[in-house]
Design a protein. Structure first.
Length: 129
């Protein structure tokens, strides 16, 4: 389960890393960062900055699903080897998802998203079996 917990930590850090990318883009594109109205300023972003923010939001959403899948697998004492492989797969797909999002490769991004969701759903299914 240790590897799975490391994966959970990585998935939890991903939105924060994407926030740094978005903040860099805000400073570069807009000349400054408005901490009084950051969401309003984010709406002004275009290109990679806008996609970084969208990828960050998606990463937060994926974290919730992955956390529930990990907890379900842990509580049900699902096969640790399978759970570890699924967790590693999820992390890999999420890294690809973020990269494809930033690179504006929508079809590949969707495939990576689906791959990650398959891993999470599979964790739930093995928790039920």
């Amino acid at each position: 389960m240790t590897t799975v917990l490391w994966c959970l930590l990585l998935v939890a850090i991903m939105p924060i890393l994407l926030a740094f990318v978005g903040a860099y883009c805000r400073g570069k594109q807009l000349g400054h960062m408005d901490n009084n109205n950051p969401r309003q300023q984010v709406a002004e972003l275009t290109g990679v900055g806008s996609r970084a923010y969208a990828a960050q939001q998606n990463a937060w959403e994926a974290l919730a699903v992955f956390t529930a899948a990990v907890v379900s697998a842990y509580i049900s004492q699902a096969d640790p080897a399978i759970t570890t492989n699924l967790a590693l797969g999820f992390v890999g797909f999420r890294i690809l998802h973020a990269g494809f999002y930033l690179a504006d490769l929508a079809a590949l991004r969707s495939l990576a998203f689906m791959g990650g969701m398959v891993c999470a759903v599979w964790m739930f299914v093995q928790a039920l079996v």
